[in-house]
Design a protein around this ligand. Structure first.
Ligand code: ADP
Ligand code: AMP
Length: 226
C-alpha cells in the first residue's frame, strides 16, 4: 500500500508516519529526512538542497523526483511506503504517478493532516529532533538523548520563526494545490483533524485507512504482497 501524507509543517506527519509504519509494516519515506542526511554527508544532492531548506523554501522538483525514483524502485519499498512530505507540488504528484505507473503501482491513499496555524507555530517553536534517526520530540530540551537511538536532540534551523512563516506560506501556495490535484485524479483525500493527542490522531488515521490497527503488510505488486 502506498500512502501519501499531506499537511502543513508541524501537522504531525513525521510523528504519525513512524507510528503508521510500525502498525502497517511498511517503511516511512520522508524526503526531508533523506535531504537532511544528504546535507550532513555533504553529497551533491545535499549541497544543492541546503540553502533552500535553511530558508524554508522547497528544493527543486528535479531533486525530489530523483529521490522518489530511487526509493520507489528499490526493494525496500516493494510492500509499499508511507510518503511523508514527499509530494509538495503538482509536478511532484505528476512525477510520482509516472514513476509508479512504470512499475505497475499507484498511490492507494492520501491522508491530509489538518491543524490550525497557531498550533503549528507552537509545535514547531518547541520541536527538537534526533540528529541521528530524525525522530521528532515535543517538550524535550536540545542536548538530551533520543529514546530510540541515543542520538543527540537538536533544534532544526528551519524551525526558527522566520523560516516557519515562510514554510507556511510555501505550503499554502505550492502544496495546497496538490490536494485538488489528487481529488481531480479520482483519489479521495482523507482529511484528519490532527489537533488532538498523538494516540488519538493515530487511531483516526488508521480508521480513515480502514485498518483495525493490527500489523498488516501492504499489497505490493512487486512480490511483497501478503
Ligand atoms: P511534521 O512532520 O508534519 O512537520 P512532526 O511530526 O515533526 O510534524 O510534529 C511537529 C511537532 O509537533 C513535533 O515536536 C511533535 O513531537 C509534535 N506533535 C506531533 N503530533 C502532535 C500532536 N498530536 N499533539 C501535539 N504535538 C504533536
Ligand atoms: P520536512 O522535514 O518534511 O519538514 O522538510 C524539510 C525541508 O526539506 C522542506 O522545508 C524543504 O526545503 C525540503 N523538502 C522536503 N521534502 C520536499 C519536497 N517533497 N519538495 C520540496 N522540498 C522538500
Amino acid at each position: 500500500m502506498i500512502i501519501v501524507l499531506l499537511g502543513p509543517p508541524g501537522a504531525g506527519k513525521g510523528t504519525q508516519a513512524d507510528r503508521l509504519s510500525g502498525r502497517l509494516g511498511i517503511p516511512k519515506i520522508a524526503t526531508g529526512d533523506v535531504l537532511r542526511a544528504a546535507v550532513r554527508d555533504g553529497t551533491k544532492r545535499g549541497l544543492e538542497a541546503k540553502s533552500y531548506m535553511d530558508r524554508g523554501d522547497l528544493v527543486p522538483d528535479s531533486v525530489i523526483l530523483g529521490i522518489l525514483q530511487d526509493v520507489m524502485t528499490s526493494p525496500a519499498t516493494k510492500k509499499g511506503a508511507i510518503l511523508d512530505g514527499a509530494v509538495r507540488t503538482v509536478p511532484q504528484a505528476e512525477g510520482l504517478e509516472a514513476t509508479l505507473g512504470e512499475i505497475g503501482e499507484k498511490v492507494d491513499r492520501v491522508l491530509l493532516f489538518d491543524v490550525d496555524d497557531d498550533e503549528l507555530v507552537k509545535r514547531l517553536s518547541t520541536r527538537t529532533v534526533c540528529e541521528g534517526c530524525q525522530t521528532p520530540y515535543m517538550g524535550r530540551e536540545p542536548g538530551t538523548r533520543c529514546e530510540k537511538c541515543g542520538g543527540r536532540l537538536v533544534r532544526r534551523k528551519d524551525d526558527e520563526p522566520e523560516a516557519v512563516r515562510n514554510r507556511l506560506e510555501v505550503y499554502r501556495r505550492q502544496t495546497e494545490p496538490v490536494i485538488d490535484w489528487y481529488r481531480g485524479h479520482n483519489q479521495k483525500v482523507l482529511k484528519i483533524d490532527a489537533d488532538a493527542p498523538v494516540d488519538e490522531v493515530t487511531s483516526r488515521a488508521l480508521e480513515a485507512l480502514g485498518k483495525t490497527g493490527k500489523r498488516e503488510a501492504g499489497s505490493g505488486k512487486r512480490g511483497g504482497g501478503k
